[in-house]
Ligand binder design. Structure first.
Ligand code: 5GP
Length: 198
């Protein structure tokens, strides 16, 4: 996997912490960033567009992609598959910085590629009840789905230690600013080290 000076930013969090909003905000402000569009076997929500939010595929198609080793990483989450295609990443990183909205399992798998310029950021909320409200308000999941996502919280946060930064998202603007600073610093570091190597 090669990317020149382009970087990869992984954002993970328990469901409902605001990761999707932040990812979109980064992409809007920094045109160099592209969001990695994952494949999934989950059904689309009413506001989701195939090819934009996810590539929605059947179980058979996903399992064939696994068998053909087409993924850099994939995981089964809430009984559905989610994965990142190698070809998509390899093509995109040549021209863009990439943002990944993936879980801790995928983060672990991507971390094994030591040559990648990856920053791993974990978003968390300090208020678990607020999280449940957000999941309900989001109103994209059935009650059962809300419960499943809420109950996964304790398991999910056990993996915060695998990340470079942990950010508490109690205020979207503050959280966004912190992520911006992390990205700017990392880009500076990459740029300086590539000048030294030349
Ligand atoms: P949702 O169904 O709410 O869109 O996503 C559920 C979880 O799947 C989220 O934690 C999201 O970060 C994760 N996810 C989305 N795409 C991928 C992917 O390609 N790989 C992995 N490992 N996780 C993903």
């Amino acid at each position: 996997m090669q990317g020149g000076e382009n970087i990869m930013v992984i954002l993970s969090s328990p469901s409902g912490v605001g990761k999707t909003t932040i990812t979109k905000k980064i992409q809007q402000k920094y045109l160099s960033f592209k969001i990695s569009v994952s494949h999934t076997t989950r059904s689309p929500r009413s506001n989701e567009v195939d090819g934009v939010d996810y590539h929605f595929v059947t179980n058979e198609k996903f399992e064939k992609l696994i068998k053909d080793k087409k993924f850099y990483e994939y995981a089964k989450i809430f009984e559905n598959y989610y994965g990142t295609l190698k070809k998509y990443v390899d093509d995109s990183i040549k021209k863009n910085d990439l943002l990944f909205d993936i879980d801790w399992q995928g983060t672990k798998q991507l971390s094994k590629f030591k040559n990648l310029k990856i920053i791993k950021i974990y978003l968390i909320t300090s208020n678990k009840n607020e999280l449940k409200n957000r999941l309900i308000k989001r109103n994209q999941n059935s009650n059962e789905e809300v419960e499943k996502r809420f109950n996964a919280f304790d398991e999910d946060i056990k993996h915060w230690n695998d990340y470079d930064y942990i950010i508490i998202n109690n205020n979207l603007d503050v959280c966004f600013k912190q992520i911006e600073n992390i990205i700017k610093l990392y880009k500076q570091k990459i740029s300086i080290s590539s000048q030294i190597i030349q």
